[in-house]
Design a protein around this ligand. Sequence first.
Ligand SMILES: Cc1ncc(COP(=O)(O)O)c(C=O)c1O
Length: 400
Amino acid sequence: MTSTMFNERLDQLPAYPFPRLAALLDGIEPGQSPLVMSIGEPQHEPPAMITDAMVKHANLWHKYPPGAGTPELREAIKNWLDRRYDLPTDMLDRDDHILPVAGTREALYLIATTVIPQDTPGPKPKVLLPNPFYQVYCGAAVLNDAEMVPLAAGPENGFLPDLDQIDTETLDACRLFFLCSPANPQGSIASRDYLERIIALARKHDFVLAMDECYADIYDRSAPVGALEICAAQGGNMDNVLVFHSLSKRSSAPGLRSGFVAGDRKIVKRFTALRSYCSATIPMPVMAASVDLWNDDAHARENRDLYRAKIDIAEEIFGNRFGFYRPPGGFFLWLDVGDDEAATKKIWREAGVKVIPGSYLSITDAKGNNPGKQFIRIALVHDLATTRDGLTRIAQALEN
Ligand SMILES: Cc1ncc(COP(=O)(O)O)c(C=O)c1O
């Protein structure tokens, strides 16, 4: 028998997209000055209030931050949720329903540890996720010994999983369902009706719906509906529902590591318990800055306007070519280029722009389909002039 000192489930994870991209482009010289549009890392100027709060609260660095965040932060988050989704003020209790987290990445991973039953007899519990997907969902499923069930989210179903295609057996075995709206990478937004249906399924089949809404404040025409809005319309019933939000995109501050989860109080309670054993907490000065950011909508509006202006530029450049559509939410273009890896290499070789092949964000499902493989994802994270330059170069390379 061979033994290993490592967790062998790590070997079951697909290679992370960015090292894969580095390997794909290795040895290819960029034809023009290099520009990175592969990573969804906002390059907009973060609001000055972050620095102001850090300076003002510098006396708090000596404190261990409370795992559940400060009451002020939970209060600011509650007030933002109430404003953003027009919730009745008595629906969310800041102490029972809201848990600040050090970025949603870790929370999206740890929710799986919180809710997936361990050591149960019979087949593995299932984790359902859209395909393509934010990679952490996959890590959360595999490392918690669940079976990952990717659900194709291609153009034929409006870039969202088709809920009618999921069989009852799968739904019964599902313990956790990740959904992202607005979706990374496609920018699709789940409608009110869609959310009503998925929440009803969560309750009927008793799984947790983990709604990744971290792009909620970045949208083109109309504000994406949130899962808590559906709960509000149902008299405030938040059973089985958890939403994930972040300041990384809303406030162009991914380095801050500040987000939260909110929803079903039973899950929030267990999640809080789990996090006290393993989680990074948010430093006190960062929490103070986060209070100011959640309390302010003006900077988020400016941010959104800037993204919209870049989508205008993209529309001007791509028109109806390469399957271009205005992403309803988020800040990615999801272009249909036929062969994703070939296009990515060509764009790098000829235009010097780094984009990411769609199939690096998706996996081949049981039927042999990989819904990402004909697409590339382009992150519109730079300033207007840089974005115009990058998109013009990409279009030229694709036309050649
Ligand atoms: C869909 C999605 N969810 C979650 C995250 C994690 O964001 P953060 O950990 O910065 O809050 C990202 C970051 O790129 C993302 O694209």
